[in-house]
Design a protein around this ligand. Structure first.
Ligand code: SF4
Length: 404
């Protein structure tokens, strides 16, 4: 694992922007759907898509040396809506990444985020056969049309059902469903119905995210000026509990705070972030995790510019690095090792921490650990292994913040 690599590819385009979204995204309009079928807007969109893909390949060439010698374990096409790209565009990127970083013995996990829409549904067979995608993450969010409408989503529940069915028909045997909870007027009964329907489809993986009101989004502004009120904390905490109960009862394992999987279907790529393994991230607003190297003994983070114009100008001029760089200090790395491990079911391994940093875990963090054990927010799950308790998982942000 130490010499492996995950590659994240950010595709910033969405047909329209959801009012709660804080990702690096830009609206390309519903016309892109038509362009995908050779409609009126096809010329402009095709040019935008092709130039962006060229930019990704240029950035890959500029950045590959930092990660050289690593074997590819995963590619994740995220966004935005990466399934707006043509299958042949995704295939070009996948081939270039695999040429730069030949995979080891096991074949890499290649995930594509998909939004339920007619265009993307039609492309599923080509995503599988031509682009080599072997895992789909479907942005269902809810099977309740009133929730989807309130969230400003472009799709309806029926589109999700058709997309999931089409994905199975196209041969995808590794499907993940994204669900959102604590979403505006969503009631516990509505959440229950979402969980029932998700489980009934039998996906290999389910992620559940709480709706967050990010300050710079229309929803964040509505919250700030009182047009929305935040979901009651207690109600959202009991939803977290109910999600775990329901999904674990249906045979999924909670392997991370918000992620559930059937045995052996944990997301290879996503786990890299919690395990602090290197990720080369390409595209606007993408964040890389660079491995330790000269001048960065604990690795570094790189953030690309969020504006496509600035990112393209850099990569087309061959002028990377172009974004922010943060070289991790030993203290940063120790904090990360704790709070990321605590997010995962395996918890925090005290011996592993000491082997990596040359200091016992309880030296820097003894007070916080003793307090959280006393308050029942942390628990000992085996010799030298600490994890969040059931109550600790409800208050995960508070516990994790103590390690920073
Ligand atoms: S589809 Fe996803 S990435 Fe696009 S705007 Fe909506 S939430 Fe953001």
């Amino acid at each position: 694992m130490k010499s492996s690599l995950g590659v994240y590819v950010h595709i910033p385009f969405c047909a329209r922007i959801c009012p709660y979204c804080d990702f690096a995204v830009e609206a390309v309009g519903e016309a892109v759907g038509e362009a995908g079928r050779g409609g009126a807007a096809s010329g402009d969109w095709r040019e935008t898509e092709d130039r962006y893909v060229e930019g990704l390949l240029a950035e890959l060439a500029l950045r590959a040396a930092t990660f050289s010698g690593r074997s590819l374990s995963s590619i994740y096409f995220g966004g935005g809506t990466p399934s707006l790209l043509r299958p042949e565009s995704l295939a070009r990127i996948r081939e270039a990444v695999m040429d730069a970083f030949p995979p080891g013995r096991a074949s890499p996990e290649i995930t594509l985020e998909v939004n339920p829409s007619t265009l993307e549904r039609e492309r599923l067979p080509a995503f599988r056969a031509e682009a080599g995608i072997n895992r789909l993450s479907v942005g269902v969010q809810s099977f309740d049309d009133s929730v989807l409408k309130a969230l400003g989503r472009a799709h309806g529940a029926e589109e999700s059902r058709r997309t999931l069915e089409a994905a199975r028909r196209a041969g995808f045997d590794n499907l993940s469903i994204d669900l959102i909870f604590a979403a505006l007027h969503q009631t516990p009964a509505m959440l229950e119905a979402d969980l029932d329907e998700a489980v009934a489809f039998g996906p290999e993986h389910i992620s559940s995210y709480e709706l967050v009101f990010e300050a710079r989004t229309p929803f964040g502004r509505a919250l700030a000026d009182g047009r929305f009120s935040a979901y009651p904390e207690e109600a959202s905490a009991s939803m977290v509990e109910r999600i775990e109960e329901r999904l674990v009862g249906a045979g999924y394992r909670r392997y991370e705070l918000t992620n559930y999987a059937r045995p052996s279907h944990e997301a290879v790529h996503n786990r890299r972030y919690w395990q602090r393994l290197p990720v080369l991230a390409l595209g606007v607003g993408a964040h890389s995790t660079d491995p330790p190297g000269p001048g960065r003994p604990y690795g570094a983070r790189h953030g690309n510019p969020r504006a496509r114009v600035a990112w393209l100008a850099g990569v087309e001029a061959g002028a990377w690095p172009i974004g922010e760089e943060e070289r991790l200090s030993r203290a940063d790395a120790m904090a990360e090792a704790c709070f990321l491990a605590l997010r995962c079911a395996e918890g925090l391994d005290e011996a592993g921490f000491e082997a990596e940093f040359g200091v016992a875990l309880r030296e820097p963090f003894g007070d916080a650990i003793a307090r959280f054990l006393g308050e029942g927010l942390l628990e000992q799950i085996g010799p030298g292994h600490l994890a969040l308790s059931r109550r600790g998982r409800m208050l995960a942000d508070t516990v994790c913040a103590e390690f920073v």
